[in-house]
Design a protein around this ligand. Structure first.
Ligand code: SAH
Length: 410
């Protein structure tokens, strides 16, 4: 029997426009005793069928829309089609970018933006001991994704031919859906990831920690931005703040930076970063790794009179939600102000925010305020974002979480 969720009068616009979140406040009538993840038919107050959604009784986001096309059911075939569509687009984009899809580590499913709310999958095209060691890493943060987990994983394994799969569903946001954390091998292979494995990104070899690293083990979203930093690194003194396993640092070293100072508060991430220098046969003498708090370290660098020609600021999500935006803005301003002060004339600042709650307009305003206070005269050379494997759904602006600016100081 089809369960229905009826919206309040006048609350159907977002769904019709492709926004997948139905907040509890928009719901007139909920399905009766439906389990989390149950597929429900979303109806307008006047009884018009608007789409299929996954019900989540514990969450403020009471339902997430799978599709507005109600003529076909939500079943295994639906997830196969969604996975096939996501892969086809990425294959095409790889071809356009001159990348080999089979060799390129990519985000294959980007949740809401790929029509699969709360479902993320990264494909790591890695190597170990001279052998291929490819992995699918899946993170599920919605009740609907949880309900269809096996179908989605199966569709991914079949479509990619990658048999080793691992779950990293240990994001805090699962608690908001009433779900406990879960990590471990998925699918039939039962294999455990080996931290000796490494992938190649823009010609740079990077170790990745699938089981123990942040998120799904590696930040694929900065691929293009790391290449951009590498292309501008020649002859420059580089400072990479919030370096994690050194993605930007390695790009800069390979790009000919004279020195690279990298800072992160995670000793584990820094250990991997240092191993990456050796893995690429690069000169460890040009790299310094500091296990420190960036907010403090920037002040110390300034007090020591240090100066850099290229600075990267890629902090973690400082605004977990809109309620934290103002406080996060002060933190973004603080590091950007110090960044401008540490930058030599003609220097480049690559500055990012991965907070969905901070719009790109707001971020630019914050950075402009930092420049004014530094004081520094700066130019926007480029607006930056995640790569093509992190698509943006027009009706879901929240999906635009990563934004950045490439700035040149006069
Ligand atoms: N730029 C990285 C990703 C950064 S993720 C890349 O290209 O892969 C954010 C990083 O900030 C994490 O590695 C985390 O350990 C670190 N971090 C968080 N708060 C910090 C702080 N106050 N000082 C230094 N590092 C911090």
């Amino acid at each position: 029997m089809t369960q229905t969720l009826v919206l309040k009068a006048g609350r159907d616009k977002a769904v019709v426009h492709g926004h997948p979140w139905i907040f509890s406040g928009a719901v007139e009538r909920e399905p009766h005793k439906a389990a989390p993840g149950t597929t429900v038919l979303v109806e307008s107050a006047s009884g018009k069928a608007l789409g299929w959604a996954a019900y989540s009784p514990a969450s403020q986001i009471r339902a997430r829309v799978w599709t507005t096309e109600t003529t076909r059911p939500i079943d295994h075939a639906f997830f196969k089609r969604r996975v096939a569509e996501a892969l086809a687009w990425r294959q095409l984009q790889c071809t356009h970018a001159g990348l080999d899809f089979e060799q390129t580590s990519l985000r294959l499913l980007h949740g809401e933006s790929d029509g699969l709310p709360g479902v993320i999958c990264d494909a790591y095209r890695a190597q170990r001991d001279g052998r291929r060691d490819d992995w699918l890493v899946v993170q599920i943060t919605s009740a609907g994704g949880e309900r269809w987990r096996d179908a989605i994983v199966q569709a991914l394994i079949e479509a990619t031919g990658i048999e080793q799969a691992y779950e990293r569903s240990d994001s805090d946001v699962r608690a908001l859906e009433g779900m406990a954390a879960r990590t471990g091998p998925l699918g039939a292979s039962g294999a455990q990831p080996d931290p000796a494995a490494w992938l190649t990104e823009n010609g740079v070899r990077m170790h990745l920690d699938i089981a123990g690293g942040h998120k799904t083990g590696f930040y694929l979203d900065q691929r293009d931005n790391r290449a951009l930093v590498g292309a501008h690194a020649q002859g420059r003194r580089v400072l990479n703040c919030f370096c994690y396993t050194g993605g930007f640092s390695l790009a800069a070293l390979r790009g000919g930076a004279t020195e690279v100072v990298s800072i992160d508060s995670s000793a584990d991430a820094l250990a991997i970063a240092q191993s990456n220098v050796a893995l690429n046969g690069l000169d460890a003498g040009r790299a310094q790794w500091w296990c420190d708090d960036v907010f403090q370290a920037l002040r110390r660098l300034k007090a020591e009179g240090r100066e850099f020609d290229l600075i990267v600021l890629d902090p973690p999500k400082l605004a977990p939600s809109a309620a934290h935006a103002e406080r996060a803005a002060r933190a973004y301003k603080d590091i950007n102000l110090l960044g401008f002060r540490l930058l030599a004339p003609g220097g480049l600042l690559f500055t990012y925010s991965c907070s969905g709650a901070i719009s790109s307009e707001f971020f630019q305003k914050i950075v402009a305020g930092a420049a004014a206070d530094a004081p520094a005269d700066a130019f926007i050379e480029r607006r930056l974002a995640a790569g093509f494997d992190h698509p943006l759904k027009l009706g879901f602006p929240e999906g635009e979480y990563l934004k950045g600016l490439m700035l040149r100081k006069r």
